[in-house]
Design a protein around this ligand. Structure first.
Ligand code: SF4
Ligand code: SF4
Length: 319
């Protein structure tokens, strides 16, 4: 029997169940993607039909102009494939001190999107690129044949443009199965060595992210009858020291329709933030709806955020 995540969290400190103040606006541009990874929690693919339109992008720009110190975190799917991607980047220019683009990297090697590396440089986007391993067989096993070579080609291009030096380039590791990442600090050192020696690639930081037991990864766990075992592993490695910093205390996630969630995982599960009357809240209403001190919507998948060193969109939660 796995205890409720909510109870474990509030036993550490009841305040950890509540939202504090907004630091990051994470926007999910939809579920279109050139890849079809095994661990994908949003079930993205080339057949994705959820695509953020101009109207929601305008709401994002308006919100950022009223809240000028926020980090804008752009995700998907593959956000670059949204036909309005460039509109979002150009419309939010100067409206957020940090704009993060979560990229699967491989898309930047596709003929239609070869303009992306230079475009990202021009707009000074921080790139957070997925590279689940420094070994080809592991990346291709998780993300598809040929993805590793494309990612390496793009990382070299980004380095040549100043990424990893003048502009920030971070990489994301996630486990190739139902286990918890090792120490972020050690993995970062191994990635830096391996990528430098094998390919001459440099980058700033490695973020280790634990696989959430939802979406396509949950389907895999259920198909292999390991869902409960994985949850037990996450719950068994619950780390009270990670609890205080769960990202949903300072981040709000926006979906392609402008609806709000505590994080991208809750978004994938359809667990939208609701007002006192039960209605869902949209970004356009956020200025009028106070969410400070509001309880976060928690469930068993949340154990992926507090296992081991903890996990968030910017990596481990322990220093
Ligand atoms: S994990 Fe990322 S790159 Fe892979 S299918 Fe999902 S959205 Fe696309
Ligand atoms: S899954 Fe989302 S809501 Fe749950 S603890 Fe993690 S960030 Fe918070």
């Amino acid at each position: 029997m796995i205890p409720l995540f909510k109870d474990r969290l509030s036993a550490v400190n009841p305040e950890f169940e509540t939202f504090t103040s907004l630091q990051t606006l994470q926007v999910n541009l939809g579920n279109l993607c050139n890849l079809h990874c095994h661990h994908c929690h949003v079930n993205a693919s080339r057949r994705g039909t959820e695509v953020m339109g101009i109207e929601v992008i305008e709401q994002i720009a308006t919100f950022l102009s009223r809240h000028p110190q926020l980090t804008l975190d752009i995700t998907g799917g593959c956000p670059e494939m949204n036909p309005n991607f460039r509109y979002l980047i150009e419309r939010t220019e100067g409206l957020a001190p940090h704009r993060l683009l979560r990229s699967n990297l491989a898309v930047m090697a596709e003929p239609e999107w070869e303009w992306l590396p230079e475009y990202c440089r021009q707009h000074e986007l921080t790139i957070i690129g997925s590279l689940p391993c420094y070994l080809e067989e592991n990346v291709d096993g998780q993300r598809g044949q040929g993805v590793y070579q494309k990612s390496i080609q793009v990382l070299k291009q980004l380095n040549a443009l100043g990424y990893g030096c003048d502009l920030e380039l971070n990489l994301v590791y996630n486990p190739g199965g139902e286990f918890i990442p090792g120490r972020q600090h050690d993995l970062e050192a191994a990635y830096k060595d391996e990528l430098r020696v094998r390919h001459g690639i440099t980058f700033n930081h490695l973020f280790t992210i634990t696989n959430a037991p939802i979406g396509r990864f949950r389907e895999h766990l259920e198909a292999t009858d390991t869902y409960t075992k994985y949850l037990q592993l996450l719950a068994g490695r619950f780390n009270p020291d990670a609890a205080e910093n769960i990202m949903c205390r300072s981040l709000i996630s926006v979906d392609w329709q402008g609806k709000l969630y505590n994080c991208d995982f809750n978004q994938a599960l359809g667990m939208a933030i609701t007002a006192a009357d039960g209605s869902e809240i949209y970004l356009s209403e956020l200025d009028n709806s106070s969410i400070s001190g509001k309880k976060i919507y928690l469930s068993e998948h949340c154990y992926c955020c507090t296992a081991g060193e903890g996990s968030s969109c910017t990596g481990a939660l322990l220093p």
